[in-house]
Design a protein around this ligand. Structure first.
Ligand code: NAD
Length: 497
């Protein structure tokens, strides 16, 4: 079915309802499907946009546009390709405040968190600007008499990205800037829950001079993803989302011969040793567990106090949790915004009920909460449990909300064993003043992102981002040199003249 082209680009407004469109071959187009979903402001319940639920015809149109654009883009010198990204970075600086407001409006996170997310996304664009150096190959003269050998990194064609709702700006920027800087073309399927801020980035990329078809966007959900996984002309897929879906993506993309990197969910343990200063550690834990209303893959989830570390941390953590101010992320006095949807709020509250029924001790429960100014918001306040064991659902599953589980153990070894009873392997943190304990922890943790006296161990753009075990499926992670590896093939040329 043909897709309808629109004359004007769909600028995003922060009030009223804005169009969300597919972007195919450099045109803003309607989906071949007439089905849409509302995009809501989670603080007010207002509809701020409608997102199309695209099907296989839309995905195919996007892949064909990307395939057409590939030869010209691939042969554009790397320095010229990254000049577009330099210009995009400058445009993003110009529109920074407007975009962070749109992000808060569609996602709910407080302004400081929205600004932080944009900054982290932009750092990936900055890093991708280094592609002329990052993409270089290697050469060795005389591998045999008169014979030389070189490796050249070459792009593979069309890549696709499928991204989650919790970082709707940063996570797409883990992928497409590297893919296009290395000479590939791209089809992005953003989260259907908050696609609007990234739509603005695409408008700015167009303004920065990104040629038609190099970056394409197709909106939708499961059916759209299935069409991506089945499409024969897609060389590889980058995915971030829950582990359940990551596992599906990994196996189905591999079954159709694609490269795949699939980042999944998390249950991150924060271990506190008795030598750590509880006054310094408690605020870090509060930010880790309740920042972004617990909707981060790097959020702490289980606090494990070793020996006498437990009581002072428990007391300070509870004090802090009690004083968290909840409300609209646009209000500067607020610490914690709403969660993304009613369904997600209800799911979090049901975890609190389940924790109680499993026998964990509920020390604080503000999970059911209202905000007078915004009665229709998706509010959920902090809840803190203690005596949580790894076999309980709240000790085992990813809640993805402001629900803290606390456990007390006797030693660091016991803390690490408790952590290893969990299947996830995204992030963990240790709080200590002992270099020896920190080294031992790094050695034994077996988790991919490790914080030492850091509550959110987020690798910056030039380091790999991704977990292990049930948190990651694939081998090459997001960002850093892994991104260059993932989006290029190293071809070896052996020459005799
Ligand atoms: P999700 O798995 O529900 O959705 C992610 C993407 O997959 C979306 O684009 C969605 O449309 C699509 N999708 C959903 N169900 C699908 C299905 N059955 N088949 C095919 N596609 C499907 O995740 P979410 O709720 O948007 O995001 C939260 C999750 O993402 C959490 O589990 C969080 O830990 C994880 N996450 C992980 C990282 C990381 O670095 N490992 C980073 C951010 C978020």
């Amino acid at each position: 079915m043909a897709v309808q082209s629109l004359k004007s680009s769909p600028s995003v407004a922060t009030n009223g309802s804005s169009p969300v469109r597919n972007y195919i071959g450099g045109e803003w187009v309607s989906s071949a499907s007439s089905e849409t979903l509302p995009v809501t402001n989670p603080a007010t319940g207002e509809t701020v946009g409608h997102v199309p639920l695209s099907g296989a015809a839309d995905v195919d149109a996007a892949v064909r546009a990307a395939k057409r654009a590939f030869p010209g883009w691939r042969s554009t010198p790397a320095v010229e390709r990254v000049r577009v990204l330099f210009r995009l970075k400058m445009l993003l600086e110009e529109h920074f405040e407007e975009m962070s407001e749109t992000l808060t409006t569609e996602h709910g996170k407080v302004r400081a968190e929205a600004r932080g997310e944009l900054r982290r996304g932009m750092e990936n664009i900055e890093h991708a600007c280094g592609i002329p150096s990052l993409m270089m190959g290697e050469t060795l003269e005389d591998i045999a008499r008169g014979i030389d050998c070189e490796t050249i990194r070459q792009p593979l064609g069309v890549f696709a990205g499928i991204t989650p709702y919790n970082f709707p700006v940063m996570i797409p920027c883990w992928f497409w800037p590297y893919a296009v800087a290395t000479g590939n073309t791209f089809v992005l399927k953003p989260s259907e829950q908050d696609p609007m801020t990234h739509q603005r980035i695409v408008e700015l990329a167009e303004e920065a001079g990104l040629p038609k078809g190099v970056l394409n966007v197709v909106h939708g959900r499961k059916e759209t993803v299935e069409a991506i996984l089945e499409h024969p002309d897609i060389a590889g897929v980058s995915f971030v989302g829950s582990s359940h879906v990551a596992r599906i993506i990994y196996s189905r993309a591999a079954a159709t011969g694609k490269r795949v990197q699939a980042l999944g969910g998390a249950k991150n343990h924060m271990i506190v040793l008795p030598d750590a200063d509880p006054d310094l550690v408690a605020p870090i834990l509060l930010e880790s567990l309740f920042g972004s209303t617990g909707q981060r893959c790097l959020a702490g989830s289980v606090i494990v106090g070793v020996g006498e570390a437990y009581e002072p941390i428990r007391e300070r953590f509870l004090d802090g949790a009690n004083s968290i101010r909840i409300g609209s992320g646009l209000d500067d006095e607020v610490d914690m915004g709403p969660v993304i949807s009613r369904e997600h709020r209800d799911r979090i509250v049901s975890y609190v009920k389940q924790g109680e029924s499993e026998g964990a001790r509920l020390l604080l429960d503000k999970s059911v909460v209202t905000v007078d100014a915004h009665p229709e918001g998706n509010w959920v306040g902090p809840a803190v449990f203690e005596a949580v064991t790894p076999s309980m659902v709240i000790g085992r599953e990813e809640v993805f909300g402001p629900v803290a589980a606390m456990s007390r153990v006797k030693s660091l070894e016991e803390a690490v064993s408790l952590m290893h009873e969990n299947d996830y392997g995204n992030a963990t943190s240790l709080f200590t003043t002992s270099g020896k304990a920190a080294r031992e922890f790094r050695y034994q943790a077996g988790i991919s992102m490790i914080g030492i006296n850091i509550g959110v161990a987020a690798p910056m753009a030039f380091f790999p981002f991704g977990g292990s075990r049930n948190s990651f499926f694939g081998d090459l992670k997001a960002q850093g040199s892994d991104a260059i590896e993932f989006y290029t093939d190293r071809r070896v040329v052996i020459s005799r003249w």
